[in-house]
Design a protein around this ligand. Structure first.
Ligand SMILES: Nc1nc2c(c(=O)[nH]1)N[C@H]1C(S)=C(S)[C@@H](COP(=O)(O)O)O[C@H]1N2
Ligand SMILES: [Mo]
Length: 321
């Protein structure tokens, strides 16, 4: 039996359907995020900390809004925040919502290290200061053959990397999640080697679709979705989109990564969404969209082939899965 130790989103605070529909219309029309953000308070705004309220101000300022999911309806906020993979809280899909309140997001600092001219450890509010934020609706495809459509708020990872001046030796970018076993119960078990670690090739990291997200649905990021800052790489399986990042390092050699190390046959380093390359234990040709019945076809590169296929032009995608 699931026991809720922390308030689930109370029924009264879940965005009512008509409002959601009008939000979606707004989003599709590319309206200002400010208009979208003026919605009723949500779970995480109740205990918003100082920097979070600053960020809320920033989210309201964010202007650009783009639908990069071809008009597919965003998954409901409830489904986005109650069906999650975040093994730091346990392997159950509801664990992140139930235990996510233990994640301490204030203060938060981000180390930017390795092959950069300007390395250091920075307070998150300084990382965000002056950064233009935008809303982007992306498809999100988990390797387990389910998917969502999520209106993220954030900015291109390239903006941040460029500010720190990558050197010519920067060939890969490594990301690490917070390690805090006292608060993150999943880290007391050896599911993977903690902290969770992921990496991208530098051209993937610099690609304009790759973003660092700090919110969704016009609100600061819920803990269960990777507060306060997470990666979003929409053409790759979800495990590449690492949550609650504390360290970004630019390196010369391809680094180890959590899932690939744990089981390289099942989790490739590239992990590009590809309906033609099955997982050893299941097909990747179709997917279940959370909140819908039935299945839909999985799209090559999750529907972003026009934007990213050139990155892999010379590669055998069956071998480099
Ligand atoms: N630190 C961390 N990041 C993570 C995970 C995780 O367990 N820990 N799970 C990944 C997986 S497998 C998926 S599908 C997505 C899920 O994101 P969502 O819960 O916001 O849908 O987060 C990814 N990022
Ligand atoms: Mo996933």
């Amino acid at each position: 039996m699931i026991r809720y130790r922390y308030p689930r989103i109370p029924e009264s605070e879940v965005t009512p359907k008509p409002l959601l529909d009008s939000r979606r219309r707004f989003l599709r029309q590319g309206a200002a995020l400010g208009a979208v953000a003026a919605a009723p308070g949500l779970l995480w705004s109740a205990d918003a900390k100082a920097w979070q309220s600053k960020l809320e101000g920033r989210l309201e300022e964010a202007l650009a809004s783009s639908d990069l999911a071809n008009g597919e309806a965003p998954t409901s906020l409830r489904d986005i925040t109650t069906y999650n993979n975040f093994y730091e809280f346990g392997t159950g899909k509801r664990d992140p919502e139930v235990y996510g309140h233990r994640l301490v997001t204030d203060p938060w600092s981000l180390a930017i290290e390795g092959e950069v001219d300007k390395a250091g450890t920075f307070a998150l509010e300084d990382v965000l200061a002056g950064q233009m934020l935008e809303e982007r609706i992306y498809r999100h495809r988990c390797v387990e053959a389910w998917s969502k459509v999520i209106p993220w708020a954030g900015f291109p990872l390239a903006d941040l990397l460029k500010r720190h001046g990558p050197t010519s030796r920067a060939k890969y970018v490594v990301f690490e999640t917070i390690h805090d076993p006292d608060n993150l119960r999943g880290q007391r078990r050896s599911i993977i080697e903690w902290p969770y670690r992921e990496a991208l090739r530098i051209d993937e990291a610099m690609h304009p679709l790759t973003m660092l997200a700090v919110g969704l649905y016009g609100e600061v990021m819920p803990n269960q979705n990777g507060a306060p800052i997470r990666l979003v790489v929409p053409w790759k399986y979800g495990f590449k989109s690492i949550k609650s990042i504390v360290r970004i390092a630019l390196v010369e050699e391809r680094p180890t990564t959590s899932w690939h190390d744990r089981n390289p046959e099942e989790y490739g380093f590239y992990a590009n969404v590809n309906p033609g390359v099955d997982h050893p234990r299941w097909s990747q040709a179709r997917e279940r969209r959370i909140g819908e019945s039935g299945r839909r076809e999985t799209l090559m590169f999750n529907g972003y082939a026009d934007e990213v296929a050139h990155l892999y032009a010379d590669m055998d995608l069956h071998r480099h899965y």
